[in-house]
Design a binder for this molecule. Structure first.
Ligand code: ATP
Ligand code: PRP
Length: 211
C-alpha cells in the first residue's frame, strides 16, 4: 500500500503535534524529534512524515505531495489554499491582533500597518472601512511602531510578553488561532479510509486532552 504522506511543521507547533500523534497511538521514531532529517518513514504505520516550515505545509498539501498536514489557522487564513480542513487539533493556541504604541491614533492620511500577514491585515482594515498601507515584514514586527515605521502591527499574540516588554498595547483582536489537520482533496478521495481513520484517532486524542 502507498505511504500516507503527512506534512508536519518544524518549530513551535512540532512538539505539540507530535505529542498528539503519540496520544492517538502513532509510533513516532526518536530521530524525528532530534535530527536534521526532513523525511522520516514509519513503515509499521505505513506513514511518511515530511518536515517543513509552518508556512509551507499548505503548499505541500495543495500540490498533493503531502496527503495531509498540520497547519496554523493563521497560515490557512493568510494563504487561502485549496485544501480541506478536517479537524481543529486545539494545539498551539495564540491569536491575531492589532497593536501599537499606547494612546495613539492611527495616522489620518495614510496609516501604515506592519505585518507578516498582509492578506489578513488588508481584509481586516477593509471590513472596517479603513484604507491602510501594508508594510510586509518577516519577523520582529513589534519593532515597526517603536521606530516609526508603522502606526499599528497585525501579529500573533501568545503570552503577550513581546508586546509588554516593548511597551506596546493590543488594540483589536482579529481571530483565535489553533493548528488544524488539513488534507489534499484528491488524496482525501483516493485514501479516504486511511485519512478518516487517522482523523478519528486524532479527534479522540483531542477530546481526551480536553478533559
Ligand atoms: N507565540 C507565537 N508566535 C508565533 N506563532 C505561534 C505562537 N504560538 C503559536 N503559534 C503558531 O505557530 C506557528 C508558527 O510557528 P513557528 O514560530 O515555529 O514558525 P515561523 O513563524 O515560521 O518561525 P520562524 O520563521 O521563526 O522559523 C504560527 O503559524 C501559529 O499558528
Ligand atoms: O505574545 P508572545 O508570547 O510574546 O508571542 C508573540 C510573539 O511571538 C512571535 O514572534 P516569534 O517568536 O515567532 O519571532 P519573530 O519576531 O521572528 O516572528 C510573534 O510574531 C510575536 O512577536
Amino acid at each position: 500500500m502507498d505511504f500516507l504522506t503527512i506534512a508536519m511543521p518544524k518549530g513551535r507547533i512540532f512538539e505539540e503535534a507530535a505529542e498528539l500523534m503519540k496520544s492517538a497511538g502513532f509510533q513516532l521514531p526518536e530521530e524525528m524529534e532530534d535530527s536534521r532529517k526532513l523525511i522520516v518513514e514509519v513503515p509499521e504505520e505505513n506513514i511518511r512524515f515530511i518536515l517543513s516550515k509552518p508556512m509551507d505545509v499548505p503548499v505541500y498539501v495543495e500540490h498533493g505531495v503531502a496527503d495531509i498536514g498540520v497547519a496554523g489557522k493563521d497560515v490557512l487564513l493568510e494563504q487561502n489554499r485549496s485544501v480541506m480542513e478536517l479537524l481543529d487539533l486545539e494545539i498551539s493556541y495564540c491569536y491575531l491582533a492589532t497593536a501599537g504604541l499606547p494612546n495613539t491614533q492611527m495616522n489620518d492620511v495614510a496609516p501604515r500597518i506592519a505585518t507578516k500577514y498582509p492578506v489578513i491585515a488588508t481584509s481586516f482594515y477593509k471590513e472596517k472601512g479603513e484604507q491602510v498601507e501594508i508594510i510586509g515584514l518577516n519577523g520582529s514586527i513589534e519593532l515597526a511602531p517603536m521606530i516609526g515605521l508603522a502606526d499599528r502591527i497585525v501579529d500573533i499574540v501568545s503570552t503577550g510578553r513581546t508586546l509588554k516588554e516593548n511597551g506596546l498595547v493590543e488594540y483589536e483582536k482579529i481571530a483565535d488561532i489553533t493548528s488544524r489537520l488539513i488534507a489534499n482533496p484528491v488524496a482525501y478521495r483516493l485514501k479516504q479510509q486511511r485519512i478518516l481513520d487517522l482523523t478519528k484517532r486524532l479527534r479522540q486524542a483531542v477530546e481526551e486532552a480536553d478533559v
